[in-house]
Design a protein around this ligand. Structure first.
Ligand code: HEC
Length: 723
C-alpha cells in the first residue's frame, strides 16, 4: 500500500514534468542562423577578460555582469524609444516546477544557465538550441536542508571550465565544450545540513564559494579552490569554532585578535556553529586583489538562545574583505550587531565610484541593501562607514549612529513579549540582485515589506530541524477568522526603488502587486528591466520609473535578467520559475490564480515574434480526502507541530502556493497509514520528503494529520481563509 502510494506520487511528478515539455521541446520559433563559435575557444576566460567586462558588453561573463557586480550593461541598441518592440526570440524549457534563480552567463557564443537541483545547461544564445545538459544527480532527500527551495543562482566561467555549486555541497568544474566533469570537490561536511545555492566567482586561478544552512544549524565560511585542480587554497570562517581555538584557516588571526571576544562561552552556537553562512554576495575587488563577501544570519536566529552573553557575534551579518590570494582578513563592517532576526548581510554587494567628495571627486565604495532595511555606503578600500538610511519603513531601529551602528528599539529583541517587526526574516531585500547605473548614479533595489511577529521560543534547538529560537506557531488560530488572510496580504508590499546613494533617498519607486519581486538589470539604453512573481517582465525608464514595456512570461520572474549582443543584435534574457523562499513559506500571500509553474529561459529581441507556450498543469481537486477527527487539544498539538516542522515548505495555516503539495487536498491526509509512511518512515524521501521521526512522535504526526484535515474542511466550507 505504502509502496504503491510512493510509486503513484513519483510517477505523477514524472508525468507532470513530461507535461511541461521536460523532453526539451522548444516552444520557440524563428529559425536563426547558427551562432559562430570557434571550436577551440569555449569559455576562454581569464581575470583580465572579466576585469574588462564592462567594455565588452556583448557578453555576460560573471554572475553580476562585471567584477563590480553592477548589473549595468553598456549596450544601447534596445533603448527607451524602441523597447516596446521587444518580442520573444526563443524559449528553453528547464523542465522543473521548483524555483529558478539563475542569471545566464554568455561567453564565446554559448549561454550557460542553471536550474533547480543545480542542473547546468549550455544553450545556443541565438536560437536556444540545447548543446549539452549536466545533471549532478542530487539525492532529492538533501532538499530538506534547503531553507528556501532547491534553487541555484548560476555558474562561473574561467579557462575553458564551467563552475557550479551543487545543492548537496559539491563544487564542480565542467568542460565548457562538453559538460563533462573535470573535477568535483566536496566543500562541506555532508553530515550537516549545508547547501549551496549561490553562484561561484572566479579570479586569478581561484574559485570562491560559500554555502547556506544557518536556519538548520551550521558554521559558515568562504572557501577558495584552485580553479585547475579543485584543491582547497584557503578558508575563512565567519564564526569561531566552539573552543575558540585555531582552525588552521585564514581566519585564525582575526578571531584570536578581535572576533572571539564578541562571543560568549555558552549557548547553542557552541553546538550548532553559530551560522554566518556566505550564501550569496561574493565580490572580487580587482583593484585591491581582495574578495568582499556578505555574511548571513545567526544560528539559531534568537541571540538569547544562540549566545546569552549578548556580544556583537562577529562576523554575523557583516561585509568582510579578505586578501584574494591568502584569505587573510583586511576589514569588516557589521550591519546588525548581535543579530537576532535573520538579518543577513548576504544581499548584492556593488562596487562603484561615487561623487562623494567636494567638487565631485569620487570615492570607491561598496553598497548593500541588506535584509535589515538600511542602505549602506561604505568605503571599499577600508570598510569605513560613509552613510546609511532606511530604504523601506523599519521599526526595529530609529536609525544608524555615526559609525553605522543601528540605534535599536528595545522591544525589538522580543525578550518579554512578541514584537511585530518590519522588515521580517524574508528581509527588506532578499537574494534578488539589485543593479546600479553609474551614469545616473542610481541603484535599483527589489524591495519588499514582509513583517513578522517575532516570539521567543523556549525550544531546545535540537528538537526541530528549523533551528531558529523563534516560535512560528505563536498566535496562529486553529480557526482562522474570516478576513484574516486578506488582512495578512494587505500588510505585504513590494516595490522597485531607484535609490540615490549619494543623497541616500529614493528618486522614484514603482509599487508591485506582490511583495516578492524580481532581480534587476540596468542598461545604457536608459532602461531598467525587472520581473515579478506573477510573470510580468517589464522595462522601466531608468530616470523616471515610467513603465515602457511589459510581457507575460507565464511563470515567476524573480531572477536577475541579463543582456548580450551577437551579430549586431541585442538580446535580453531571463530565467523563470515559480518557487524559492517566499512561495514556499508565504503561499497565503498569493491570489488563487498563479501562473503555470514551469521554469524556462526566455530570451527577447527587437521584433522577436516567438511565443511562450501555456502549460496546463493538472487541476488540483480541492476537496478534503478524509473525515475530520481529533479533539481540540489534539488539533492544537497538530497546529504547533505543523508550524514548527512543516510550514516552511507546505505553507503557514496549511495553505501552499502550489510549489509543494497543499496537504489539505492530499490523499495522504485521508490515509493514516500512507501519512505515517511519508512523515515518519521516509517513504517519499526519493522525491524530497524525508522522515521526521527524529522530530515527531507517532502521536504528534497523527495530530498534524488531524489539524491538516480540520483546516481542509474549514476551507472547503468557505470558512477561515483561503483557496
Ligand atoms: C524541506 C521541505 C519540506 C518540509 C519541511 C516538509 N515537507 Fe512534506 N514534502 C516535501 C516535498 C519536496 C514533497 C514531495 C513533493 C512532490 O510531490 O514532488 C513533500 C510531500 C509531502 C507529502 C505527500 C503529499 C502528496 O500529496 O503527495 C506529505 C503527506 C507531506 N509532505 C507531509 C509533510 C509533513 C506532515 C511535514 C512536517 C512534519 C512536512 N511534509 C515537511 C517537502 C517538505
Amino acid at each position: 500500500m505504502r509502496k504503491l502510494k510512493t510509486i503513484i506520487a513519483a510517477s505523477a511528478a514524472a508525468a507532470l514534468l513530461a507535461a511541461c515539455g521536460g523532453g526539451g521541446e522548444q516552444a520557440a520559433t524563428t529559425p536563426e542562423p547558427e551562432a559562430e563559435t570557434s571550436a577551440a575557444a569555449f569559455a576562454a576566460v581569464d581575470t583580465a577578460r572579466i576585469s574588462n567586462a564592462a567594455e565588452t558588453p556583448e557578453e555576460w561573463l560573471t554572475y553580476g555582469g562585471t567584477y563590480d557586480e553592477q548589473r549595468h550593461s553598456r549596450l544601447t541598441k534596445i533603448d527607451t524609444d524602441n523597447v516596446d518592440q521587444l518580442g520573444v526570440a526563443w524559449t528553453y524549457d528547464l523542465a522543473t516546477t521548483r524555483g529558478v534563480e539563475s542569471t545566464p552567463i554568455v561567453v564565446d557564443g554559448v549561454m550557460y544557465v542553471t536550474s533547480a537541483w543545480s542542473v547546468v545547461y549550455a544553450l545556443d544564445p541565438v536560437t536556444g538550441e540545447e548543446l549539452w545538459v549536466y545533471d549532478p544527480d542530487v539525492d532529492r532527500a538533501v532538499g530538506v536542508n534547503a531553507c528556501c527551495d532547491v534553487v541555484n543562482r548560476g555558474v562561473a566561467v574561467y579557462d575553458g571550465k564551467i563552475y557550479v555549486g551543487v545543492i548537496d555541497g559539491r563544487l564542480e568544474a565542467l568542460d565548457a565544450e562538453t559538460g563533462d566533469v573535470v573535477w568535483s570537490t566536496i566543500t562541506v561536511d555532508q553530515s550537516k545540513p549545508y547547501t549551496i545555492t549561490g553562484a561561484p566567482r572566479v579570479a586569478n586561478g581561484k574559485v570562491f564559494i560559500g554555502n547556506g544552512g544557518a536556519e538548520l544549524g551550521v558554521r559558515g565560511y568562504l572557501s577558495a579552490y584552485d580553479a585547475d585542480t579543485g584543491k582547497l587554497v584557503w578558508r575563512f570562517y565567519t564564526t569561531p569554532n566552539p573552543n575558540k581555538t585555531a582552525d588552521n584557516a585564514a581566519s585564525d588571526a582575526v578571531f584570536a585578535s578581535v572576533a572571539n571576544d564578541t562571543w560568549g562561552d555558552e549557548g547553542a552556537w557552541t553546538e550548532d556553529g553559530g551560522g554566518g553562512t556566505v550564501w550569496d554576495a561574493i565580490v572580487y575587488d580587482d583593484r585591491n586583489d581582495r574578495v568582499i563577501f556578505g555574511v548571513g544570519n545567526g544560528s539559531p536566529w534568537n541571540q538569547r538562545v544562540r549566545d546569552p552573553s549578548a556580544g556583537d557575534n562577529l562576523f554575523l551579518s557583516s561585509i568582510v574583505a579578505v586578501d584574494a590570494d591568502t584569505g587573510e582578513y583586511v576589514w569588516h563592517f557589521q550591519t546588525t550587531p548581535g543579530e537576532t532576526w535573520d538579518y543577513t548581510a548576504t544581499q548584492t554587494i556593488i562596487l562603484a565610484d561615487l561623487p562623494l567628495g567636494e567638487d565631485g571627486a569620487t570615492r570607491r565604495v561598496a553598497m548593500q541593501a541588506p535584509k535589515n532595511g538600511f542602505y549602506y555606503v561604505i568605503d571599499a578600500d577600508t570598510g569605513e562607514f560613509i552613510s546609511g538610511e532606511a530604504f523601506v519603513p523599519v521599526n526595529w531601529a530609529t536609525g544608524l549612529d555615526e559609525n553605522g551602528r543601528p540605534m535599536e528599539v528595545e522591544e525589538a529583541r522580543y525578550a518579554d513579549a512578541p514584537y511585530l517587526q518590519t522588515p521580517g526574516p524574508l528581509g527588506a531585500h532578499n537574494w534578488q540582485p539589485m543593479a546600479f547605473n553609474p551614469d545616473l548614479n542610481l541603484a535599483y533595489i527589489p524591495a519588499q515589506e514582509i513583517p513578522q511577529a517575532y516570539t521567543d521560543d523556549p525550544l531546545t534547538p535540537d528538537s526541530v530541524r528549523w533551528n531558529t529560537g523563534v516560535d512560528f506557531a505563536a498566535g496562529l488560530p486553529l480557526d482562522p477568522p474570516e478576513g484574516l488572510i486578506e488582512a495578512l496580504r494587505a500588510t505585504l508590499k513590494g516595490r522597485l526603488i531607484a535609490w540615490d546613494p549619494v543623497a541616500q533617498e529614493a528618486r522614484w519607486s514603482v509599487e508591485h502587486n506582490n511583495a516578492w519581486n524580481g532581480g534587476v538589470l540596468s542598461t545604457a539604453g536608459g532602461l531598467v528591466f525587472q520581473g515579478r512573481l506573477d510573470g510580468t517582465f517589464a522595462a522601466y525608464d531608468a530616470a523616471t520609473g515610467e513603465r515602457l514595456w511589459s510581457y507575460d512570461v507565464k511563470s515567476g520572474a524573480a531572477s536577475g535578467p541579463g543582456t548580450f549582443e551577437i551579430d549586431g543584435e541585442q538580446y535580453v534574457t531571463i530565467t523563470t520559475g515559480f518557487g524559492s523562499a517566499f512561495t514556499l513559506a508565504a503561499g497565503y500571500a498569493l491570489e488563487e490564480t498563479v501562473p503555470p509553474m514551469v521554469g524556462r529561459v526566455v530570451t527577447f529581441k527587437l521584433g522577436g515574434n516567438g511565443f511562450i507556450e501555456t502549460v496546463d498543469l493538472p487541476e488540483i481537486d480541492r476537496t478534503p480526502k478524509g473525515e475530520p477527527f481529533g479533539d481540540e487539544e489534539t488539533l492544537q498539538v497538530g497546529l504547533v507541530q505543523y508550524s514548527r516542522n512543516c510550514m516552511v515548505c507546505h505553507g503557514p495555516l496549511v495553505i501552499s502556493s502550489g510549489v509543494l503539495p497543499d496537504l489539505r487536498w492530499s490523499d495522504y491526509a485521508g490515509n493514516a497509514e500512507a501519512w505515517a509512511g511519508a512523515v515518519m518512515d521516509g517513504n517519499l524521501s526519493s522525491i524530497g520528503m524525508v522522515s521526521f521521526s527524529d522530530q515527531l512522535t507517532n502521536e504528534e504526526s497523527e495530530a498534524i494529520r488531524a489539524y491538516v484535515l480540520d483546516q481542509a474542511h474549514l476551507a472547503a466550507d468557505g470558512a477561515g481563509g483561503s483557496p
